[in-house]
Design a protein. Structure first.
Length: 323
């Protein structure tokens, strides 16, 4: 009987983490379900792949041999699937865009207008991804470009900042601080928070304001993978959450108050793409994003929210990868 690619992915995750709990979190599975799949693969191959006890997990000789093969096989398969997807998109003249939250801010229509001037006949398809994938489809090559929040821990991704916004806190309208105009982070540092999943990496830390906690761990009330899920928890009063100023407008709803936090570093919305992707359509879309962001920055009135550009001017050097 042949092993399924899914089973090999599960095996590789455990082999890389050497911890079933962490591997299950990475795969968005329960630990019992992951253990069952690994045992099934061992039965199929008639080999013990891991030695495990209460303290540690390690590869057997058979497991090490399979890991070397499975890792390359999965990479070849993923590359092949990506090439097929790229070919289909190119043939259909469709640019696949990922996003983590609603873009709003009037930015997306302006980008599409600019893009249409450079690549007439191309169509952009926007798809929302959960916070468990901070690259919004780029890492798995199901998106050609993506709107992401920084920081992002992906060396293979390049970015250019389109908007810089204050961080707000979303709290229940029943919260004692709900009537305030601004809040300092020290006033909410001990509040329970709705956190992004562990797979969000440095973005989870950013939206938990880890750098402002001076070593104090956050009280995580729940882990969430989508904005609506997060704000539902906030509305109930079970937790607070940080969000960008633009999203404070977009996700405004009854029962929630969004207040600026005066002493936190701002959030940065960026356009992202894979390093080495030099297709003209990608180049033109990035330029369209820069021009649209620059137009908004240059025409905003004195009382408007201004989204600042942090990328080279049109025609300048290519932006560097963000660490």
């Amino acid at each position: 009987m042949d092993a399924h690619l899914r089973d090999l992915r599960y095996f590789v995750a455990v082999a890389e983490e050497l911890n079933f709990t962490r591997a299950a979190e990475r795969l968005h599975l329960s630990q019992p379900a992951l253990s069952k799949q690994v045992r099934s693969l061992e039965t199929t191959l008639r080999a013990q792949l891991f030695r495990r006890d209460r303290r540690q997990v390690e590869l057997t000789a058979a497991g090490a041999a399979l890991h070397a093969v499975a890792r390359n096989l999965l990479q070849d398969w993923d590359d092949g699937v990506a090439m097929v997807g790229d070919a289909v998109a190119q043939d259909a003249r469709v640019l696949r865009l990922g996003t983590l939250t609603s873009i709003g801010r009037g930015l997306y229509p302006a980008i599409i207008d600019e893009f249409a001037k450079r690549q007439p006949g191309w169509r952009a398809e926007l798809r929302s991804y959960g916070w468990g994938d901070p690259t919004a489809g780029l890492r798995d090559r199901v998106a050609d470009a993506a709107f992401v929040w920084l920081p992002i821990d992906a060396a293979e991704i390049e970015t250019a900042v389109l908007a810089t916004e204050r961080r707000f806190v979303a709290i229940s309208a029943r919260h004692p601080l709900a009537g305030r105009q601004t809040i300092e982070f020290s006033e909410i540092i001990n509040e329970p928070v709705a956190a992004l999943p562990a797979s969000a990496g440095v973005q989870r830390d950013f939206w938990l304001a880890i750098d402002a906690r001076t070593g104090r761990l956050p009280r995580v009330a729940a882990e969430v993978s989508a904005a609506d899920e997060k704000l539902e928890i906030v509305s109930s009063g079970a937790a607070i959450t940080l969000l960008a100023e633009g999203n404070a407008d977009i996700y405004s709803r009854e029962g929630i108050v969004c207040i600026p936090v005066s002493d936190l570093e701002p959030a940065r919305l960026a356009i992202a793409w894979r390093c080495g992707d030099r297709r003209p359509v990608i180049r033109d879309f990035i330029q369209a994003c820069r021009d649209a962001a620059g137009t908004q920055s240059g025409t905003a009135g004195p009382t408007a929210r201004v989204y600042h550009r942090h990328s080279p001017p049109p025609g300048g050097s290519s932006p560097s990868s963000t660490p």
